[in-house]
Design a protein. Structure first.
Length: 180
C-alpha cells in the first residue's frame, strides 16, 4: 500500500506559511493542519488569554498538533503541516513520522521588511500569539529572521520565496510535493 505524504511547511513568522499551506492543500487535495489555528481554537475556548513565548497554551498545542498529524498519516491521509518549525524543537517529533509517511519540507522565507509588515498587520487579529512581543524584539534589534533554525532532515526539501507571490511557482511546488 502506498504511504501518505506529510508536507512540512516551515519558516519564520510572517513568511506566508499558512497562505501557502491552504493554497497547496487545495491543489494537492488534502487537509492542512495549522498549529497556530489549533492554538487559536484553544484561546476561543479559554476566553481571556495573554500570549507569551512558551505560554501554557503553546505547551498544550505542541503535543496535540503531533497527535493529529500522527492520527492522519497512520490512517493513510496525505496532510500538510504548517508551523514555525525550528530544528532542535520540532525535529525530534517529526522523525518518528518518517516511518509512517513520505516527508517533504517546504521552507518559506521572505524579505525581512515584508515579513515584519505581515506580522504587524495581523498582530491585532491573532489572540493566541505573541506577535506584539515579537515586533518589540525586532525593534530592539533581535535577529529573529537571521537566526531562525530551520528544520534539517534527510528528506526532499525546497525553499520558497514568498516576498511577492511564490518563487518557485505554486505549480512547481505541487510537482515537488507529488514527486515520487
Amino acid at each position: 500500500m502506498p504511504r501518505p505524504t506529510l508536507i512540512i511547511i516551515g519558516g519564520p513568522a510572517g513568511t506566508g506559511k499558512t497562505t501557502l499551506a491552504y493554497g497547496l492543500a487545495r491543489r494537492v487535495g488534502c487537509p492542512a493542519i495549522c498549529r497556530d489555528e489549533i492554538k487559536e481554537g484553544m484561546v476561543h475556548t479559554a476566553g481571556r488569554f495573554d500570549p507569551a513565548p512558551g505560554d501554557e497554551l503553546t505547551r498544550r498545542t505542541f503535543p496535540l498538533f503531533f497527535d493529529v498529524l500522527t492520527l492522519l498519516v497512520s490512517s493513510g491521509v496525505t496532510v500538510i503541516a504548517d508551523a514555525a518549525f525550528q530544528d532542535q524543537v520540532w525535529r525530534p517529533k517529526l522523525e518518528p513520522l518518517m516511518a509512517l509517511a513520505e516527508l517533504r519540507i517546504v521552507q518559506c522565507y521572505a524579505e525581512r521588511d515584508v515579513a515584519w509588515k505581515r506580522i504587524a498587520d495581523r498582530a491585532s487579529e491573532r489572540n493566541a500569539h505573541a506577535d506584539g512581543q515579537l515586533l518589540a524584539a525586532l525593534e530592539a534589534g533581535e535577529r529573529y529572521f537571521e537566526e531562525f533554525d530551520r528544520v534539517s532532515m534527510p528528506v526532499p526539501s525546497i525553499d520558497v520565496d514568498t516576498t511577492s507571490g511564490y518563487s518557485p511557482s505554486l505549480d512547481e511546488i505541487v510537482a515537488f510535493v507529488n514527486a515520487q
